[in-house]
Design a protein around this ligand. Sequence first.
Ligand code: SF4
Ligand code: SF4
Ligand code: SF4
Length: 262
Amino acid sequence: MTGNGNGRVKPKIAFFDFSSCEGCQLTVVDSLETHLDLLDAVEIVNFREAISDQGQDYAIAFVEGSCTRESDVARLQQIREQADLVVALGACAHLGGVNAIKNNFPLDDVRKSVYGAKAGWYDTDPTRPIGEVIEVDAVVPGCPIDPEEFIAFVKQLLQGRVPALPENPVCVACRMKENTCLWTLGQVCLGPITRGGCNAICPTNGLGCEGCRGLLSEPNVDSLLELMNEAGLSTADVEAKTTLFLSHQMTLRAGLLEGQGS
Ligand code: SF4
Ligand code: SF4
Ligand code: SF4
């Protein structure tokens, strides 16, 4: 850590990327451009997308992207050993995100589809959220992350608090906005089982929630089934919707329910 001229110690922060589109890191860059005060409060030592320094001495690591290769494991472990605090940045790191869609298909087919004749040149493992490889202390959810939520998150860290994920569903904010529920309009929306905090941005704009912030700890699947029945929609409609961001969590959940029943 170094001082910031006010006698305060600046925490050293690093950003790392794994399999991702880098959209969450871009959101970080955008956020910091309008919150220059934060740049004065921390020391960024490693952030490939924004600076050329590659410092390895840091206390807080933000990790974007999911683990999809064997070599990712050692790199993640190295980050965990160095950092006092590891934060999963965005749905890819938090949930496996869109990268986990490939887990629904044989990996050889996936490799051939992406790399064609050069499929044998590249390794690819089933996608895992980073929390399944190393211990994660906190999460900034979303695809991409929300800039204001990221700034609020960092400010809380600087105050010595580690923010917890919200435990209310997307429906709470949606109801408060007095939106017409999309299910009554015949659309699928995963709001009842998805972690809120995004101000219900998708349903407010007429799009069903796709679960980018992940399932609640105890998702109320019954309420979803109720809405589905009322709207006359099939489980296939819901399954299609849960494939985008929730592939990995739904697979884990199905395994858990299967285990309980056996
Ligand atoms: S969570 Fe979304 S925006 Fe962020 S890196 Fe992954 S795909 Fe890109
Ligand atoms: S199901 Fe979707 S549209 Fe309906 S209240 Fe919940 S978030 Fe809003
Ligand atoms: S409404 Fe759903 S898909 Fe949209 S940002 Fe919120 S959690 Fe993500």
